[in-house]
Design a protein around this ligand. Structure first.
Ligand code: FES
Ligand SMILES: [Fe+2]
Length: 449
């Protein structure tokens, strides 16, 4: 007898998840109405639309949304479709992830209907032909809810949706000390994978795979990872050894001579992942052998490293937010924001992932990653989303990518009986499917005993 897992309390029991949510075309179709059109979704970064008239588009399944800065302190979101005959109002330039630009008005390229930044239709050629039927109400762009948190704009197509703050809770309360809104992207890449969007997200929501998929990290010490439910969301973290400074989030200092392994780990991470660290941290780690005597305990090495990196950054005008070590430990290393966004936060950098459906095709998804850090005022680089073939991503991420299509293919096997996630380290996946089932009406994880 197998029981459906429907509450967070049940998540520590071993469970199985059937492959339907990953491979069924019907399920992927149903996600549009039951999930994507009901959820608050991260739709872009505020620094991409700093000025009045700046806009970005965000595509999700069949829908495309325009987010525009209507006034200095007001954003608006609209369905990206012309009211006249349904032409997509703003095209995504060939090869781009989304459109981004600046307008005084949105003008449809088919017959020239124009809309102002409030979504009001401001011009219709030969309007009199409609004999007064083209009221403001009838001709306004369809509105979409939008709000902001963490430096992102979030949209929800459901006019009756709960407020964003209620949806995200408790993530803002836990992550606000990291001041994510002050970070700017160092790079951002996107690609299309031959796997379901959930397979892509689930490659990053657990630490269980690290020692096998990324064996190079094993020599830098292995800590056990945890995963916890937080309402709609989840988070993961490491059980750091007692006494080790945790301010650096997921940065691990290693074993042996901590001065050397810290530097090796930092250089390796910078070269091969280009995430989870900054040049300041790498340089401060490289100096450890000169600044500390041999035999310095690991905890002291870590403290010194973080303090000197922090001082280096301060000298160039980059001030890290202060987060209490107890809070850092409680928050963990990454948050999975339901349904399709992950934030891997630290005090001076973050790594974010998102996967989106590829239309109704359950076997494909759009995948993207963005790496952020703190920059001196006005010195953040100008970045764009770069389409990047898998072999051109940082090697550590390529290791994750190698599992994706193979998982998708494997789950279609007639011999596959459903997943068996680790109840402790892969709990985020079980939680995701528990919450997905509430939207989808199917697919709840089943307890196995
Ligand atoms: S479809 Fe947009 S003006 Fe005709
Ligand atoms: Fe990984």
């Amino acid at each position: 007898m197998m029981n459906e897992i429907t509450s967070p309390e049940a998540l520590d029991a071993p469970a199985t998840i059937g492959p339907e949510a990953y491979i069924s075309a019907n399920y992927a179709r149903a996600e549009r109405d039951l999930l994507w059109r009901k959820s608050w979704l991260q739709a872009g970064r505020l620094e991409d639309i700093p000025n009045v008239g700046d806009f970005i588009t965000f595509d999700i399944h069949d829908d495309s949304i325009i987010v525009v800065r209507e006034r200095a302190d007001t954003l608006r979101a609209f369905h990206n479709v012309c009211v006249h005959r349904g032409r997509k109002l703003i095209d995504t330039p060939q090869g781009k992830r989304n459109a981004r630009g600046h307008v005084n008005a949105f003008i449809c390229g088919f017959h020239g209907w124009a809309y102002d930044l409030t979504g009001k239709c401001s011009f219709v050629p030969h309007k009199d032909d409609w004999q007064g039927a083209l009221t403001d109400e009838r001709t306004a762009l369809g509105t979409v809810q939008c709000d902001t948190w963490g430096g992102w704009v979030w949209i929800n197509m459901d006019a009756a949706a709960m407020p964003l703050a209620a949806w995200l809770a408790p993530a803002p309360e836990m992550l606000d000390p990291f001041q994510l809104q002050n970070m700017r992207p160092r790079w951002r890449k996107w690609v299309v994978f031959d796997c379901n969007w959930k397979v892509a997200m689930e490659a990053f929501n657990e630490t269980y795979h690290v020692s096998t998929t990324h064996p190079e990290f094993n020599k830098f010490a292995q800590f056990r990872g945890w995963a916890r439910n937080q309402g709609l969301h989840t988070h993961i973290g490491y059980e750091a050894p007692k006494g080790l400074e945790e301010d650096a989030g997921k940065l691990r200092t290693g074993t042996g001579d901590a001065r050397i392994s810290t530097a090796e780990m930092q250089e390796f991470t910078w070269e091969n992942a280009n995430t989870n660290t900054t040049m300041t941290l790498v340089n401060a780690a490289k100096r450890l052998v000169d600044e500390l005597p041999e035999g310095t305990p690991a905890a002291d090495v870590s403290k010194h490293w973080i303090a000197s990196a922090k001082a280096d950054d301060e000298r160039r005008g980059v001030v890290w937010p202060v987060v209490a070590p107890e809070h850092t430990a409680k928050v963990g290393t990454a948050w999975q924001i339901f349904p399709n966004f992950q934030i891997g936060q630290a005090v001076n950098n973050m790594l974010c992932y998102m996967a989106r459906p590829f239309g109704n095709d359950p076997d494909k998804c759009y995948f993207e990653a963005a790496v952020y850090e703190l920059y001196p005022e006005g010195e953040a680089p100008e970045t764009e989303w770069e389409y990047t073939e898998p072999q051109d991503w940082p090697p550590v991420l390529q290791q994750d990518f190698t599992n994706m299509a193979a998982v998708q293919q494997g789950m279609k096997s007639g011999g596959f009986r459903g997943t068996l996630p680790n109840p402790y380290m892969e709990r985020a996946t079980v939680s995701l499917h528990m919450n997905l089932a509430k939207f989808m009406g199917t697919g709840a994880p089943l307890a196995v005993d």
